[in-house]
Design a protein around this ligand. Sequence first.
Ligand SMILES: Cc1cc2nc3c(=O)[nH]c(=O)nc-3n(C[C@H](O)[C@H](O)[C@H](O)COP(=O)(O)O)c2cc1C
Length: 388
Amino acid sequence: MMANEWFESVAVARTRAEKRLPRSVYGAIVAGAEAGVSMHDNLRAFEELGFRPLAAGQGAGCDMATTLMGQPSSMPVMISPTGVQAVHPDGEVAVARATAARGVPMGLSSFGSKPLEEVIAANPQTFFQMYWAGDRDSMTARMERARAAGAVGLILTLDWSFSHGRDWGSPSIPEKIDLKTALEHAPEVLARPRWLCSWLRTRALPDLGVPNFGPIGGPTPGFFEAYGAWMGTPPPSWDDIASLAAEWGGPLMIKGIGRSDEAVRALEAGATAISVSNHGGNNLDGSPAPIRVLSDIVEAVDGRLEVLMDGGIRRGSDVVKALALGAHGVLIGRAYLWGLAVNGQGGVENVLDVLRGGIEATMRGLGKTSIHDLTRSDIVIPPNFSPD
Ligand SMILES: Cc1cc2nc3c(=O)[nH]c(=O)nc-3n(C[C@H](O)[C@H](O)[C@H](O)COP(=O)(O)O)c2cc1C
């Protein structure tokens, strides 16, 4: 075994991932749209929130078990679906093993690199994520495949404006990796021998296919083929979403809500949960950090559906802040991708352990023994924190 791969914080995992991954793969994880205003705001907003610590009189222990969309979870955190290829040869199966080991559910992207059936075999608490992409029959086929595989719920992501011209430049992602593209990318790949070795051990290179986009048993569509189908699909109306919710008939999260009026529409359309989200700053740049609009949304839906949030979670204290503002739980994106890049399954477990330890430490500092007792009065909210 090589050097100790353990890391003490998500920031350290990020630094190591940057050293380990080829530049274009690392760049694909950083992502962010346009000027990166929303991507940065997602982090800045958490920094603006403070705590009201207690010096003595705390109880001992910390109860952080909960349920997320009906699934028992050892903590109020689940894996956000990400369609990012080539980070690690074990991909989402490593994420599934890690989350199963730590007792948390996961979302699997329809742009993920491993077949849904394999992921569910490793963690039965898997939600399948779809975009509104392709014709209605192809959406039904994807949904029925998820149902047959035993997905415990559906995540419908509705936040993509395709405006990803980046001021810092986008990574070059080949359509597929053949000899020609391998040679083109050789300089950046050869500079990352550990990443290369991890793939060579599997006797394969990342194929950039998206096996969950097509019907089971059919040919695996390429990433750009699927992406093109998605870009070419007109956005749904709320009636369209209601018809999909009725067809699915089970737990359904709408991911990408940023306004309280739309949270109520999601509820009326039949969603059982929402994630307040700006897609990690990958959608409309200039959208506020989800944590800024969370409380308004929680107030508007008034307990009638589960409100989660994602965007900018890097430490346990961020989770506690989100819960104090009324979130039922959070989803994490880049944090686990960096862990995966650094150490596969062990790296994702490491990230979940960092978050768990951070939640415990924060709860101790606040003098609370259960996440269910957190309230707004545990945190300090600066004036003008939320847009009006
Ligand atoms: C590289 C990358 C790929 C993503 N792919 C998807 C996807 O396929 N489906 C989806 O619903 N969200 C996708 N997201 C958004 C994440 O699920 C999540 O909303 C976001 O990463 C949360 O922000 P965080 O990274 O700050 O935790 C992606 C995000 C990143 C960074």
